[in-house]
Design a protein around this ligand. Structure first.
Ligand code: NDP
Length: 424
């Protein structure tokens, strides 16, 4: 029996909320709060009568700490699930500390305005010190550790699929299959087809910034940075088939490097089709991916936000997307003195997701783990004072919940491994 305040009502939130409502025994009460209250009301209307979870809605600007504090104090949740945007991570964490509730999210902080001089100064120092240039990193949220410890509260970071499930797969592999993990390759394959020449499967701003940034991987205790899409590979994904994939920087590399003792190399690969890459390069070349505001006809606009308004809403892709995703990790390491390799992955079918929650698999594979992470915390299975990434807790109850709530996983011994080359 618990009360959850969910902030955000987009693609991921919609799935997380529907899964909470399927799990009414745990989530007896939820409040859906977002910038656009009409979206929250529409989702509440869709769900009412089909769930015994009591749903309330509210309007909140999560960039405003006081507004979030006020909402928390009036609703009295046990925890806040942040499925708004990474821009709101710190303000929501501040509000949770002020109001005395636990915090959960699915993505690490990045600033909305990367030209902000105060942020930029810290960012540039970090680029030099750590050696990777992504706009997002965990330092901002890890910095809240002592404050959450002192308040006796838990902040659970990154309970989506990647980060999230891939991190839990790593903890599970270490607990049950290895004495020491030496390498982790995280493979994110979307074999879905939505029929558009170009669209992003989740928030375009977040997605395009991630994909157009430099790549990087972790090797022998430090970051190695690459040009965007510099390294390519091909992999024959179970239930999807052979796909091209590229090495990207990804946030869970940072936390896994810290939390998986003895790991020597961690890489992240994502599949992309040629049409997606050609469109993205063109948009980038003409400046449409820029986050710096420009003056247009007497109005200030941010190019990537304008582009977002032109692209199909990721939520609208659900009914048209066919095919499957396959996301998982290939681990190498040693057990009882012998070298071994295993692959843990989940396959998710876009159309099956749509039938269940009217959403495609990308939101589904993030929304389900957001519900599961929230369940781990509110039921007390994962709760201790401080700020934690998901791989720092016992993976077993989470892995069991993945099977139960729609993301079953497979462990494959001696899989094909990844060979990488320079893209042309
Ligand atoms: P959407 O853009 O679909 O939804 C974002 C929601 O947040 C919208 O409802 C939006 O409101 C709301 N919002 C934005 N700003 C504010 C604000 N200031 N105050 C209150 N609400 C606000 O994004 P997604 O659902 O695709 O993504 C949600 C989160 O999940 C993101 O942080 C994303 O990075 C993360 N994610 C994580 C993944 C993982 O595997 N770990 C994978 C995919 C996404 P409005 O409707 O008014 O715009």
């Amino acid at each position: 029996m618990s009360r959850l305040l969910v902030i955000g009502c987009g693609g991921v939130a919609s799935v997380a909320i529907q899964k909470c409502c399927q799990n009414s025994e745990v989530f007896t009460d939820i409040c859906i709060a977002s910038r656009t209250k009409e979206k929250c009301d529409a989702l509440k209307e869709k769900l009412e009568g089909k769930t015994s979870t009591k749903i309330e809605t509210a309007k909140v600007d999560a960039d405003n700490v006081d507004e979030v504090v006020e909402l928390i104090k009036s609703y009295h949740p046990d925890a806040v699930l942040n499925v708004a945007l990474p821009y709101q991570d710190l303000t929501i964490m501040d509000a949770c500390l002020k109001a005395g509730v636990h915090y959960i999210d699915t993505a690490n902080f990045e600033p909305e305005n990367t030209d902000d001089p105060q942020w930029r100064e810290i960012y540039e120092k970090r680029c030099k010190d750590l050696g990777f240039t992504a706009y997002f990193d965990y330092s901002w949220q890890w910095d809240y550790k002592e404050r959450f410890e002192q308040a006796g509260l838990t902040a659970l970071l990154g309970t989506g699929f990647d980060p999230g499930v891939t991190s839990v797969f790593s903890a599970y592999a270490l607990k049950h299959y290895f004495d020491e993990i030496h390498t982790i390759d995280i493979l994110d394959c979307n074999g879905g087809d939505h029929g558009y020449p170009f669209a992003t499967n989740f928030n375009p701003e977040i997605n395009l910034r991630e994909v157009s940034a430099n790549g990087s991987y972790w090797e022998n205790g430090h970051w190695v940075e690459t040009e965007p899409m510099e390294y390519k590979s091909k992999y024959n994904f179970p239930e999807v088939g052979e796909k091209d994939m590229y090495l990207l920087h990804h946030e869970e590399i940072e936390s896994l490097a810290k939390n998986i003792p003895g790991v020597k190399r961690i890489r992240f690969f994502m599949t992309f089709g040629q049409s997606y890459l050609t469109h993205m390069k063109c948009l980038e070349n003409v400046g449409m991916l820029s986050t710096s505001p420009i003056e247009f006809n007497g109005q200030e606009i941010v190019p990537i936000q304008f582009l977002k308004a032109l692209l199909p809403d990721p939520a609208s892709l659900g009914p048209r997307t066919v095919g499957k995703t396959n996301i998982g990790c290939i681990f190498t390491g040693v057990k009882d003195g012998k070298e071994k390799t295993i692959y843990i992955y989940n396959v998710c079918d876009h159309q099956e997701c749509y039938k269940e929650v009217e959403s495609q698999a990308i939101s589904y594979t993030t929304g389900v783990p957001a519900m599961i992470g929230s369940m781990m915390l509110v039921t007390g299975q994962w709760r201790k004072p401080g700020v934690f990434n998901v791989e720092e807790f016992d993976p077993d109850p989470y892995m069991e919940a993945l099977n139960k709530w729609g993301l079953p996983w497979v462990v494959c011994e001696n899989p094909e491994t990844v060979t990488v080359w320079k893209a042309e």
